[in-house]
Design a protein around this ligand. Structure first.
Ligand code: G
Ligand code: G
Ligand code: NA
Ligand code: MN
Length: 262
């Protein structure tokens, strides 16, 4: 069977789940946000039947197919709604999670209607917008059609927190940083993985952090796996870190146990 057929069935039968990965404040390791990452539940009846067993498909494999076929719009609508609903449930349980962060894909932005869908879902789920964070890659912004600046202004007006994802890997000019109403840069894991021993990466990360702070932006480093990477990032004044050192992406129930009560 074609991957496309499999994915259509998975959408129809709601066989996706969200895992969440904490972002921690480096000064005290408090969880200040949770990134929602989609998983295809291959134990699901229809998917498992199609695959004939325990094959795992990563988002890196299925998201591009969903982008090409337009299925990304319905997947993303489900992701946003599920993340907002979960955020509302954590709030109602008195759990302090900060923000729940979702990824918007470039092709979804290009297809349009994202701002309207987000606004509607925020109202429907009752999640206050300051508890929602949106991660967009530099490439995603360049494809936003109506113009990246206007697109971000519309998102900003919703009251959500905006982060540039995979920072440093794009080909775009840095000039946009002074115009865009974003609050945070997320340094791509390719710059973090060889810290602290790789001097070139050390210089780049140091420069990215200084620049971000000069522009009054917060900085997150992703892909932090080892204590010496954390120590190096802390010494440079990096605000937030995310990676296997703290937690892998895990189901919501496991996150609840990591959160503190108000
Ligand atoms: O979860 P994992 O680390 O395997 O994610 C692989 C890639 O898939 C990452 O680039 C991540 O941003 C992307 N991804 C995961 N969940 C979503 C999602 O809900 N929407 C979009 N657009 N991308 C996602
Ligand atoms: O593109 P994006 O930044 O959204 O990618 C998130 C991806 O990074 C997810 O697939 C997640 O599982 C993965 N990830 C998160 N933390 C780590 C880590 O410490 N090491 C590695 N290798 N991958 C990580
Ligand atoms: Na991301
Ligand atoms: Mn990233």
């Amino acid at each position: 069977l074609q991957m496309e057929t499999l994915l259509r069935r998975a959408v129809e039968h709601s066989e996706f789940t969200l895992h969440y990965q904490p972002m921690v404040r480096l000064s005290d390791r408090k969880v200040i946000a949770l990134e929602a990452l989609v998983r295809l539940n291959t134990a699901g009846q229809h998917t498992a039947g199609t695959l004939g067993g325990s094959v795992t498909l990563s988002p890196n494999q299925f998201i591009p197919v969903m982008e090409d076929t337009g299925m990304i719009t319905s997947l993303s609508e489900w992701v946003i709604e599920e993340a907002c609903r979960q955020g509302r449930a954590w709030l109602d349980a008195g759990l302090d999670f900060g923000r729940v962060a979702i990824n918007l894909s470039p092709s979804e932005i290009r297809r349009g209607g994202v701002v309207e869908r987000l606004a509607e879902i925020l109202v429907r789920t009752g999640l206050p917008p300051q508890h929602l964070e949106i991660e967009i890659t530099e490439g995603g912004l360049m494809e936003s059609g109506m113009g990246a600046e206007q697109f971000l202004q519309h998102l900003h007006q919703l009251g959500v927190f905006l982060t540039i994802d995979d920072f440093g890997t794009g080909y775009s000019s840095l000039a946009y940083l002074k115009r865009f109403p974003v609050q945070q840069l997320k340094i791509d894991r390719s710059f973090v993985q060889d810290l602290p021993s790789n001097d070139n990466d050390g210089q780049l990360v140091s420069t990215m952090i200084s620049m971000a702070h000069g522009l009054r932006l917060h900085v997150v480093a992703e892909g932090v796996e080892m204590p010496d990477q954390e120590a190096f990032l802390s010494s440079l004044g990096c605000d937030v870190a995310q990676g296997y050192l703290y937690s892998r992406p895990v189901p919501a129930a496991q996150i609840s146990q990591m959160l503190t009560r108000h």
